[in-house]
Design a protein around this ligand. Structure first.
Ligand SMILES: [Zn+2]
Length: 670
């Protein structure tokens, strides 16, 4: 449960899952191109127009993208693994038993409906009996232990300034809506969302047995409590700055900051002993404590009750699940129906027992051939980025040398982790879906807290193997490509190489560039937060990064809502750098000898391969939510925002200055 601000991913939704990987795939298919569009006027339409027209949003999705296609293929592979496991005769406690029974417990809606709210009864009664601050303390601990994120988050993370050791970390949290802005903004849409939210909270409380009038009063109290937390929360853009979330302090200093029995808290959370810890947001803790201390007991009871229900709503009877869907999916994102249950159950197993499932997945779906090819590709990209750093005009020698040292120190992880997580502490029962979930959450928390005070395990992954995503970790200085993404349309060992460079090549380049984006550049090759830039080079970087921030701030996400160029800066920098570096690697490999296929040069196919992984359809609601919360730009702007900065693109398609895909003010960092 590594801090969520530590990972720079390829895209946001950590949708799990993967497919049959080394299937022989098609060569370049010119029929996918929309020739009625002009690539120099709208390259996204040219590359993605046909796909977009052929893939309208299915009713169970608020976004459907090329990533989703891969996920769906992968989900089927995992579903097959889990259905077989559920039927197999196995030894209790074995990996197959855990996988099969967890899946079966999720599918067994008859048992779930028959139990009703009973699995949460004891917890609800404890919350209902809260009469003073010591009861609130006890219950907050209990809820945090079973994975309910009440008030704030407590976990472990590498010490930013000494990444070889892992320290305790406290971070802001405790909200339900996707961002603090949802609580604080006063525009009509935000006001409407809050009204609908209060109605939803009231319905959930009623389902748990509260009379209608009391539920209404309590729902407003939940919003009031969360608004206090939101008011004291640091905004997302500031949270991207590692210096703003690094505040190491002694336990005594923490006790000084907020008068709370921290010793008792850490002991109750079963944390190992430690002397100092990081407090990501001292102002949040202080402001929150001052803001909530005088709240009536009834408000605390309402807040904790709702957070318990929200955390487990999808594991409760149909009525809870349905109400949860109505607000969080249908209203907030625009999906019209839930995903089929078997696939939601696949995801639940991936979340809870990801490394057990990942091992089975690897057995059927990731070969040594793919691993070797990707490893080679990573080496080529590595050389290309080195070349790029060596020739950058804006960087002086000292910084250049340090940058090359950092590049050489990046660890490349391909396919799956060296060490799989151990789940021996978890017992899985076939008839206890909710109990299983609580146990898995407790075990995950304990595994995470046990790392406090220990040397950092730099081989660790924070993403499951079948996931269609990739990430860079600044303190580990590692790039990681789960087997789940090493699939078409990203990669196929047998297809046209120009497409592979354009697609998985730019993904690899993207993750490498994260080591040198506005956040990554603040960490050195050992993963330590340290300024290795000369002041002049630092200023030159900031100036170039500001160009990218301005460029993307000009794009409209939905209606009158623009993208936030500062929130998406790291990802956009990585997209731009990744495309350039992958292109260089391809040109190195071709050495002037690329063949034209169906009238398309390798350079043109490279850009088509790049753009075609970003084709997507999404609802306006989803676009709005992501514009506020997602550090990644939508597919359209990931594509055109990048190519309009690249003379290589303009040359490949013979674009002229003044055309839309030729920026008059082209930005370039890397
Ligand atoms: Zn990224």
């Amino acid at each position: 449960m590594c801090s969520r601000f530590l990972l720079a991913t390829l895209f946001m939704p950590l949708l799990a899952l993967a497919a049959d990987p080394v299937a022989s795939g098609p060569a370049f298919d010119a029929s996918t191109v929309d020739r009625s569009a002009n690539p120099c006027v709208d390259f996204y339409q040219y590359a993605c127009g046909k796909w977009i027209a052929q893939h309208p949003l299915p009713s169970d999705r608020s976004r459907y993208a090329r990533f989703t296609e891969v996920s769906e293929r992968n989900e089927k592979v995992l579903l097959d693994i889990l259905e077989r496991a559920a039927l197999a005769k196995v030894v209790t406690g074995s990996p197959l038993q855990k996988l099969g029974d967890e899946f079966a417990s999720c599918m067994d809606t008859a048992t779930i409906n028959q139990k009703g709210i009973a699995p949460l009864k004891a917890e609800l009664e404890r919350i209902g009996a809260i009469a003073g601050h010591s009861d609130i303390f006890d219950e907050t601990v209990r809820l945090q232990l079973i994975g309910v994120p009440a008030f704030f988050l407590f976990d472990s993370q590498p010490d930013y300034k000494n990444s070889n050791r892992t320290v305790a970390n406290i971070q802001q949290g405790g909200l339900s809506l996707p961002d603090r802005d949802y609580y604080l903004k006063t525009d009509p849409k935000s006001v409407e969302i809050r009204q609908r939210y209060v109605e939803h909270v009231a319905k959930m409380l009623q389902l748990a047995g509260e009379p209608a009038e009391a539920a209404k009063t309590h729902a407003q109290m939940v919003l009031d409590m969360e608004t206090i937390l939101a008011r004291n929360s640091t905004d997302r853009v500031s949270m991207r700055d590692p210096l703003k979330r690094y505040h190491m302090m002694k336990r005594a200093e923490l006790a000084e900051l907020v008068h709370f029995d921290w010793d008792a808290y850490f002991a109750a959370m079963h944390a190992p002993d430690f002397e100092s810890l990081n407090v990501s947001n001292p102002d949040f803790l202080k402001g929150m404590a001052a803001g909530i201390v005088d709240q009536p007991m009834e408000t605390f009871r309402a807040y904790l009750t709702f957070h318990l229900l929200r955390r487990f709503a999808d594991l409760l009877p149909e009525a809870f699940e349905k109400e949860n869907f109505e607000f969080w999916e249908r209203y907030l994102t625009g999906a019209r129906e839930p995903r089929p249950r078997q696939f939601r159950c696949v995801m639940a197993v991936d979340r809870g027992l990801g490394d057990l499932l990942g091992q089975k997945y690897i057995d059927t779906a990731f070969g040594p051939d793919a691993k070797r090819q990707i490893t080679e590709l990573v080496d080529q990209l590595d050389k290309a980025l080195g070349q790029d750093i060596q020739t950058l005009g804006w960087m002086t020698e000292d910084t250049r040398k340090a940058a090359l040292t950092k590049l050489a120190a990046i660890t490349n992880n391909v396919g799956y982790p060296k060490k799989w997580r151990d789940y021996s502490a978890v017992t899985i029962a076939r008839d206890d879906y909710l109990g299983n979930s609580m146990q898995m959450a407790e075990a995950a928390r304990q595994r995470d807290l046990d790392k406090i005070g220990k040397p950092t395990d730099k081989t660790e992954w924070n993403m499951t193997t079948p996931t269609v995503n990739a990430f860079y970790s600044p303190p580990l200085n590692s790039i990681n490509f789960p087997a789940g993404i090493l699939q078409l349309p990203f990669f196929d060992p047998h297809r046209d190489m120009a497409l592979n460079y354009g697609a998985i090549g730019t993904v690899i380049g993207h993750e490498m560039t994260h080591g040198f984006d506005d956040e990554g550049r603040k960490f050195d090759g050992d993963g330590n937060l340290r300024d290795w830039w000369t002041p002049a080079d630092g200023a030159a970087f900031e100036k170039r990064a500001a160009c990218i921030a301005d460029e993307y701030s000009g794009f409209t996400a939905v209606d009158d809502l623009k993208l936030n160029g500062k929130l998406t800066l790291g990802e956009n920098t990585a997209d731009n750098g990744g495309a350039r570096v992958a292109y260089m690697a391809m040109e190195n490999a071709l050495n002037g000898k690329g063949a034209t296929i169906d009238g398309y040069t390798p350079e043109q196919r490279f850009f088509l391969g790049f753009a075609q992984v970003w084709c997507q359809n999404q609802s306006p609601q989803e676009a709005r939510q992501r514009a506020i919360t997602d550090p990644h730009s939508p597919g359209l702007f990931r594509t055109i925002g990048t190519v309009e900065n690249m003379p290589e693109f303009q040359k490949a398609f013979s674009c002229k200055s003044g055309q839309p895909m030729v920026s008059a003010n082209a930005c370039r960092v890397w």
